[in-house]
Ligand binder design. Structure first.
Ligand SMILES: NC(=O)c1ccc[n+]([C@@H]2O[C@H](COP(=O)([O-])OP(=O)(O)OC[C@H]3O[C@@H](n4cnc5c(N)ncnc54)[C@H](OP(=O)(O)O)[C@@H]3O)[C@@H](O)[C@H]2O)c1
Length: 260
């Protein structure tokens, strides 16, 4: 199926690893030029090499999403090189394991940092990229949330930040002016995704029996998801074929979530 994305310019936050890299690859495979940002220059260089091998233009630059100025500088740089952005994937996030099990023992700064890394980062990139999409009368904004952005169950600061992202996508999707300019806003809510060199892989190695039990209990498919399975859905939502999908919160979780 041709997704009709050839020549589009896509910015993927945290595109050097995990779901972000998988989304960047899926979009590049459809002919999108891709701009990725994250903190580690080493990861960026390795991701950039993989993406260039797909035959598209790649911008890869360091950017910590906790800094509004750095986000502005990165967006300005992409716009200077490409004239704008057509697709934004707000992928950076996390903090589901930050803080303590007890809310009383968790410092207020954890709430602030998790909110900034997830919700505020998505706000900052969205606000900076929207003018280019409005100019072209076409755009796609996809925010990577979590099944915990659609239901309770995790640490409260993480659910709160992910729910805020879900709400932002829905509310912007209902904005007639933005929709009238051909821009759609959606969130993708992954369940447990196995990412190399992150928490799940460590859990599997340090406590294989506990991991096996968790998967048997929580994952209807009997396994965790892969970043490529999430990346493929993100690319589809960005496509011309998905023009009626707007304001949706799409679960990509193998059936794990309790929410409808
Ligand atoms: N994996 C899961 O099971 C799962 C489940 C539900 C939701 N999600 C969501 O999916 C998204 C991606 O997660 P992932 O599991 O793919 O993570 P990951 O493999 O750890 O990748 C995160 C990416 O973001 C970058 N990054 C992290 N902190 C950053 C910061 N402060 N500023 C800029 N870049 C930063 C990382 O590079 P650097 O470290 O070099 O900066 C990396 O490129 C997150 O929003 C997460 O909440 C994941």
């Amino acid at each position: 199926m041709d997704l009709g994305l050839r020549g589009k310019r896509a910015l993927i936050t945290g595109g050097s690893h995990g779901i972000g890299l998988a989304a960047a690859k899926a979009l590049a495979a459809e002919g999108c030029d891709v701009a990725i940002c994250s903190r580690s220059e080493e990861r960026l260089a390795s991701a950039s090499k993989e993406l260039k091998a797909l035959g598209v233009a790649v911008i890869a630059a360091p950017c910590d999403v906790h800094s509004g100025e750095t986000i502005q500088a990165f967006c300005d740089d992409v716009a200077k090189q490409w004239g704008g952005v057509d697709i934004l994937i707000n992928n950076v996030g996390g903090g589901g394991r930050w803080g303590k099990a007890s809310v009383e023992d968790t410092d207020e700064k954890v709430w602030v940092e998790v909110y900034e890394k997830n919700a505020l980062a998505a706000v900052r990139f969205t606000v900076r990229c929207l003018p280019y999409m409005r100019q072209k009368k076409w755009g796609r904004v996809v925010t990577v949330t979590s099944r915990l952005g659609r239901e309770g169950g995790g640490r409260a600061w993480f659910n709160m930040a992910k729910a805020a992202q879900t709400s932002m996508m829905k509310t912007l999707g209902m904005n007639h002016e933005l929709a009238g300019d051909g821009i759609t806003f959606n969130s993708v809510a992954p369940g447990n995704i196995m990412i190399p060199n992150t928490g799940w892989e460590e859990n599997m190695k340090t406590d294989p029996e506990g991991f096996r039990k968790y998967v048997a209990q929580e994952c209807p498919l009997g396994r965790l998801g892969t970043p490529e399975e999430v990346g493929a859905v993100i690319a589809f939502i960005c496509s011309q074929r998905a023009s009626l999908i707007n304001g949706a919160a799409i679960a990509v979780d193998g059936g794990e979530s309790r929410a409808f």
